[in-house]
Design a protein around this ligand. Structure first.
Ligand SMILES: NC(=O)C1=CN([C@@H]2O[C@H](COP(=O)(O)OP(=O)(O)OC[C@H]3O[C@@H](n4cnc5c(N)ncnc54)[C@H](O)[C@@H]3O)[C@@H](O)[C@H]2O)C=CC1
Ligand SMILES: N[C@@H](CC=O)C(=O)O
Ligand code: NA
Length: 443
């Protein structure tokens, strides 16, 4: 039996996610009230334009352009408008006026998270953000709660639906990057500015959030090494396929030993990477996301599902709403963020991984030996070499024309050693071109 008063819920933003949150909240109000032990009353939805088209049916009388008044009258504020300002200001206003806050805004958390968490802790409020990473996939709560008794060593994540959709289309020999991006935008996966997706900013924000939770350390977004997918070519994707790999935009968060000090540190990076087709992450298609977690006691875990999309993301927002509302009913302060470990954030040069390097070389005797010596001079150990003659007509006729392609796989090496090797290869008289350098993960 419900005895607690109705809780007043305000939604900020009625775009892809917000319109679905409002519609589901209205549609399932009774069921959600049963789970919470109190009614959840949607008191208003802040929008910029009262007449803009919506992706779901929401009563016009709930729309308002006065976000501040709406916030001041709410018990729980759901922010799904995106951007840094006024989202930050609104959430600060909500927290300081005694409301709990739910947000899907990873850009905001990765930039202003520490100050917002500090305010939440000070006032005893909750700040929930399950939708901010992996959309519908439960990953924030598993890292924060379920794995809080374990020691996470590494996270490999496909955390951006738009780029996974694009790379998947390229892998299947389909659309160009531009065509696939247009479809991802139409389907509501892409950010308002899709540069955030294709240049890896969105994935870097999510990597910062995941690394902070996994390693109990505040990892700022500018501590995340970032490379997007605009340099990935159809040729690279096709070549990866031929050698048993797929290209994915990966977020890699690791606990490492600092080579300088020997002390523990953490690293977070986002870049295109080769993954063997046998790895579970290789089977993540379309706009789906997956987060592969390696923990000391639990071993390997994979969290998989819809990483983007309005209605799917609304599921995570409503899950947070039920949790926040339950605490209102039972009372007590919110759970604070744990950053007690405070590990140093290591630069990309401290990372070790494997690489696949593709070179166009002269096809004449002694070339392979010269290239091998460049690797050994820089302490990078070669694991495998594949050679193909690209222009048999050039063979033996013009010793200076690029006549062969070499695909070289390395054992683990540091980024610093790899960068020096690639620079030396580019300068070598027997190398016509460095065609591609990709990191290999998941082996
Ligand atoms: N679309 C998706 O698949 C996912 C989105 N997110 C995050 O959810 C948030 C919302 O994303 P979408 O719904 O896709 O964006 P959207 O661009 O479709 O919707 C945002 C809405 O908020 C409104 N808005 C912006 N500033 C406002 C203001 N000052 N006052 C009132 N309304 C304002 C906009 O007019 C727009 O209608 C973003 O932070 C995004 O990163 C998170 C996971 C998945
Ligand atoms: N633009 C994002 C939306 C979800 O966070 C993506 O494509 O993953
Ligand atoms: Na999630």
């Amino acid at each position: 039996m419900i005895e607690y008063r109705n809780l007043r819920i305000a939604v900020l933003g009625a775009g892809s996610v917000g319109a679905q949150v409002a519609a589901l909240l209205l549609q399932h109000a009774d069921e959600l009230a049963g789970r919470v032990g109190a009614g959840l009353e949607l008191v208003g939805i802040a929008v910029r334009d009262l007449d803009a088209p919506r992706t779901a049916d929401i009563p016009r009388e709930l729309l308002t352009t006065d976000a501040r008044s709406l916030i001041l009258g709410a018990d729980i504020v759901i922010e799904v408008m995106g951007g840094l300002e006024p989202a930050r200001e609104y959430l600060e206003l909500a927290l300081t006026s005694g409301a709990d806050v739910i947000t899907a805004n990873k850009a905001l958390l990765a930039t202003h998270g520490p100050e917002l968490f500090a305010i939440a802790e000070q006032v005893g409020a909750q700040l929930y953000y399950e939708a901010a990473v992996g959309g519908a996939i439960p990953i924030i709560r598993p890292l924060r709660d379920s794995l809080a008794g374990d020691r996470v060593h590494r996270i490999l994540g496909i955390v951006n639906g738009t780029t996974n959709y694009i790379l998947d289309r390229m892998d299947q020999g389909g659309d160009s990057l531009e065509q696939a991006l247009a479809v991802a935008t139409e389907l509501g996966y892409a950010e308002a500015d899709p540069t955030a997706d294709i240049e890896g900013f969105d994935a870097a924000q999510k990597a910062a959030i995941l690394a902070s939770l996994a390693f109990h350390t505040a990892v700022p977004v500018d501590g995340v090494h970032r490379e997007g997918i605009t340099g990935v070519t159809r040729e690279q994707v096709a070549a990866a396929q031929r050698s048993g790999f797929v290209v994915k935009l990966l977020a890699v968060c690791e606990r490492l030993v600092d080579p300088e000090t020997g002390a523990d540190g953490v690293s977070a990076r986002v870049h295109p990477a080769l993954i063997p087709t046998t790895h579970p992450l290789a089977a993540v298609h379309g706009a789906n996301n997956a987060v592969f977690v390696e923990a000391e006691a639990a071993g390997s875990l994979m969290f998989y599902g819809a990483g983007a999309g309005g209605v799917q993301t609304a599921s995570a927002v409503l899950g947070d709403l039920v949790s926040a509302a339950r605490r209102h009913v039972v009372g007590g302060p919110g759970v604070a963020e744990s950053t007690h470990a405070d590990l140093p954030i290591l630069p990309i040069t401290s990372v070790t991984t494997r690489y696949q390097i593709t070179l166009s070389v002269l096809d004449r005797p002694g070339v392979l030996a010269q290239i091998a010596s460049v690797f050994s001079e820089h302490d990078v150990s070669v694991e495998a070499v594949q050679q193909s003659v690209v222009d048999p007509a050039a063979d033996g006729q013009d010793g200076n024309a690029p006549g062969a392609t070499l695909v070289i796989g390395t054992h683990r090496a540091t980024e610093a050693a790899l960068a020096a090797t690639v620079a030396a290869l580019a300068d070598s008289p027997v190398v016509a071109r460095v065609d591609s350098v990709l990191r290999v993960e998941g082996l």
